[in-house]
Every structure is written in structure tokens, then in C-alpha cells.
Design a protein around this ligand. Structure first.
Ligand SMILES: NC(=O)c1ccc[n+]([C@@H]2O[C@H](COP(=O)([O-])OP(=O)(O)OC[C@H]3O[C@@H](n4cnc5c(N)ncnc54)[C@H](OP(=O)(O)O)[C@@H]3O)[C@@H](O)[C@H]2O)c1
Length: 213
């Protein structure tokens, strides 16, 4: 698949590395293509990766992945241009990063979610919420012994959800259909639980798995 990843920080770079290794073509949308971290990332990934503006990354992508801080999403989306008709995977967690992250908690919730706010800003875009319920080190390796970490995804468009499930599976997760996009109201607090556990007791090398009969 052709993927446009907006943001090449911890999450964007990790996803880009993994998806390129799985055979996908990755174009990062960045604010500065000359940034030394971007140049290094591209040279480490090799010919499957390139970088451009957000609009360039989105233009040729079948799936656009939003991996910017939630506060930066209005600017990042505006710079991506018209995304109507595209699949947009929203990885954001609506928190303010930093030492007060647990004290401040989620910026929104209960009767809306970051994913729904993003969908409202991007009319005609098929938004799928996923990849917000573990930290980036787990995205780099979701295999725990014989078990895969579970990765819930939710959205309102069946084809978009199928694309997201495939991409999440290609990372090595067990994809879990978590229903409509409004269920991002549940996935974002679930992501906050992972953050709280990580800060308080577990570190970053853990994830949730699914058991069923
Ligand atoms: N960290 C985790 O483990 C984790 C796990 C799950 C979900 N998340 C969520 O994933 C998102 C990214 O987290 P992160 O840890 O990767 O953050 P990060 O390391 O701070 O990276 C954020 C990236 O977004 C870029 N960015 C900001 N505004 C942009 C714009 N307008 N256009 C293009 N790029 C822009 C930044 O680029 P500059 O260098 O130009 O500032 C930076 O490369 C957040 O919403 C976070 O809540 C994070």
C-alpha cells in the first residue's frame, strides 16, 4: 500500500520503519524535509521511504496516518490539503505530553473524542481510530512470547476499517474490530490507562492481549 504518515516523531517513525519492512511504500509528511532526524530516518529505512510536505505525503497515499500531537492536528490537517475520500488512521491521544500528563489527563472525552473531532475537521474522510492504546516501543514489536498484543480499531466505513486492520496486522498486532468511530470515546481512555500503568508501575514493555471462548 502507499502510505502517507503525517509526523515523523516516535510514533510516525516507528510505524514507517515497520510498514516499510512489511513492503509498504511510506511517505512522511514533515515540516522540514532537511531536518537531520528526517534525513537519518530515510537513510535507515532505505528506498521504501521518502518525505515531503503534508500535502505531498497525502496526495499519492491510499491511507494517510496522523501521528502528530493532538494539539497540532488542526495545523497538520490543514497542511495536508483535501483528503476527501481517503482513509485516515488517527493515532493521536488527546493529552498534553510532559511531566503533568497524568495530572491533566485526557483533554476531551465522554461525549466526543479526538477521532470524532478530527473527522469533523475533515469532511468526507474515512477516519479509523487505532494505534493509540500502546506506546511506540510496543508498535516496534507487538509480539510477547507466543502472544500478540491486541490492537482495537474503530470507524464508520467498512473498507477503511479493513485497510486499517490489514495495516495493524502487518505491524504484528492482533486486530480487534471495536465498532463505530464513536467508540473512540472508549479507546482513548483505554490509551490513557496504558499511559498511567506505564508511568506508575509497568514501564513501556507491556500491552493488552485478548482472550476469548
Ligand atoms: N509516544 C507514544 O508512545 C504514543 C503512543 C500512542 C499514541 N501516541 C500519539 O501519537 C501522536 C504522536 O506522538 P509521538 O510520541 O510520535 O510524538 P512526537 O515524538 O513528539 O512526534 C510528533 C511529530 O509530529 C510532528 N508534527 C507536529 N506538527 C506537525 C505538522 N503540522 N505537520 C507535520 N508534522 C508535525 C513533529 O514534527 P516537528 O519535529 O516538526 O515538531 C514530530 O515529528 C500523539 O498524538 C500521541 O498522543 C503516542
Amino acid at each position: 500500500m502507499k502510505l502517507g504518515i503525517i509526523g515523523a516523531g516516535n510514533v510516525g517513525s516507528t510505524l514507517g520503519r515497520r510498514w516499510a519492512a512489511a513492503g509498504h511504500e511510506v511517505r512522511f509528511g514533515v515540516r522540514d524535509v532537511g531536518d537531520a532526524r528526517v534525513v537519518r530516518l530515510l537513510s535507515e529505512i532505505g528506498p521504501k521511504a521518502s518525505a515531503g510536505s503534508n500535502a505531498e505525503a497525502a496526495a499519492s497515499a491510499e491511507v494517510v496516518v496522523l501521528a502528530t500531537p493532538y494539539d497540532d492536528t488542526p495545523e497538520a490537517l490543514a497542511a495536508a490539503g483535501d483528503l476527501a475520500g481517503k482513509v485516515l488512521i488517527d493515532c493521536t491521544e488527546p493529552v498534553v505530553m510532559g511531566p503533568d500528563i497524568l495530572k491533566r489527563g485526557l483533554l476531551i472525552g465522554h461525549n466526543t473524542s479526538a477521532a470524532e473531532q478530527i473527522a469533523a475537521r475533515a469532511p468526507g474522510v474515512k477516519v479509523v481510530k487505532t494505534l493509540n492504546t500502546v506506546g511506540w516501543p510496543v508498535m516496534a514489536n507487538p509480539q510477547f512470547g507466543s502472544q500478540k498484543a491486541v490492537m482495537p480499531y474503530c470507524g464508520d466505513d467498512a473498507a477503511a476499517k479493513a485497510a486499517a486492520a490489514r495495516l495493524v496486522g502487518d505491524l504484528g498486532f492482533e486486530p480487534l474490530d471495536a465498532g463505530p468511530l464513536a467508540n473512540a470515546r472508549l479507546l482513548e481512555p483505554f490509551g490513557m490507562l496504558w499511559i498511567s500503568l506505564a508511568f506508575n508501575s509497568m514501564g513501556t514493555d507491556f500491552a493488552f492481549s485478548l482472550v476469548k471462548r
